[in-house]
Design a protein around this ligand. Structure first.
Ligand SMILES: [Zn+2]
Ligand SMILES: [Zn+2]
Length: 342
């Protein structure tokens, strides 16, 4: 099979083709596993974090990709949950131990044995992959393969970040960053909190126009002062400047939820400008979002089908994965990027 493989951490400013098209044997599903013929795989900012070493894969080579939609072409021993031919998805959570206090308490996203698809185990930038059937999800009929892929990460993690924001209907929500996660968060928030207004802070005029088109009540640059103070802000940017701006803009008692697996180092020095009175006083809170649980993915897919939430996407062939990643790094994207594989 064909796979786009990452052979080591690298600097994307120096190397424009981090992934290499490689011929590999089709993987064999083990006990309780299913073999998927990959149909589509989303391209996520986390892949940039893996490639550039902010959350490096423990072993190379590895096949990235954790927003995978596939059709079941094989089943290992004892795998009976799905039928051959079923269309299922795989998300960032590839597996968790099932035994620890976090797993038992429904917080498998915090499990010390958490394994991530496409980082700790081969993912979906390939024609085939294997996964435990317990960590696969039926994809609702109404979605095309390309629409479903970004729902599995940007959508599901976005759903978790909204849950952690603990917004009440009618309260004001802010979103900093308006890439794939941001735009899904806006659509989700409008459905879950119909009386809440959403303000969007985004660096490019194109992103701000897209936000207003999707129903944001206000859109401005990250540094701009909004007309009123949000009760919660969800940050989906890779940098620090918007974090400072968000803390300043929060209402008293407000909560900043940082939905990023790692932050880039480029503007970290700004943190020295945190002013207790301006940024933290008045019981402002900061919380990060770590990974997802199966429950997040399942609940979100059901919500997405009901609303429905159809992500805008731009499709690339598998062999163009490097171009998709570089465009993602350059920013200014409208909607999600998806590899059309099968
Ligand atoms: Zn992702
Ligand atoms: Zn565990």
């Amino acid at each position: 099979m064909k796979a786009m493989v990452l052979n080591g951490v690298c600097n994307l400013r120096e190397l424009s083709e981090p992934l290499v098209m490689t011929d590999r044997p089709i993987p064999v599903p083990g006990h309780g596993q299913i073999l998927l013929k990959v149909l589509a795989c989303g391209v996520c900012h986390t892949e940039l974090d893996e490639i550039e070493g902010r959350t490096p894969p423990p072993l190379f080579p590895v096949v990235p990709g954790h927003e995978v939609v596939g059709r079941i072409e094989g089943r290992g021993e004892e795998a009976k949950r799905f039928n051959l031919g079923d269309r299922v998805g795989v998300a960032w959570i590839f597996s968790a131990c099932g035994e620890c206090v976090y797993c038992k308490g429904g917080e498998e996203n915090l499990c010390p044995g958490f394994k991530a698809t496409g980082r700790d185990v081969d993912g979906g930038y390939a024609e085939y992959m294997v996964v435990d059937e317990a960590f696969a999800y039926t994809i609702p009929e109404i979605f095309s393969n390309e629409e479903a892929a970004p729902l599995l990460c940007a959508g599901a993690v976005g759903y978790r970040s909204l849950r952690l924001a603990e917004l009440k209907d009618g309260q004001l929500l802010g979103l900093t960053g308006f890439g794939a996660s941001g735009h899904l968060n806006l659509i989700m928030a409008k459905s879950l909190y119909p009386h809440s207004e959403v303000f969007v802070f985004a660096r490019s005029a194109r992103e701000r126009a897209f936000a207003l088109e999707l129903g944001a009540a206000w859109a401005g640059d990250a540094g701009q002062t909004p007309p009123s103070k949000p009760n919660a802000i969800i940050d989906t940017t890779p940098v620090w400047r918007p974090v400072l701006a968000a803390l300043k803009n929060l209402a008293p008692g407000g909560r900043l939820v940082i939905n990023a697996i790692r932050k880039e180092e480029s503007d970290r020095a700004l943190l020295a400008q945190v002013d207790y009175a301006e940024h933290l006083w008045m019981e402002k809170e900061i919380k990060s979002v770590a990974n997802v649980t199966r429950r997040d993915v399942e609940e979100f897919l059901a919500l997405a089908a009901k609303v429905p939430i159809r992500p805008g996407y731009q499709s690339f062939p598998l062999h163009d994965a490097n171009r998709a990643l570089l465009e993602l790094k350059a920013g200014g994207i409208r909607g999600a990027k998806v590899l059309s594989v099968g």
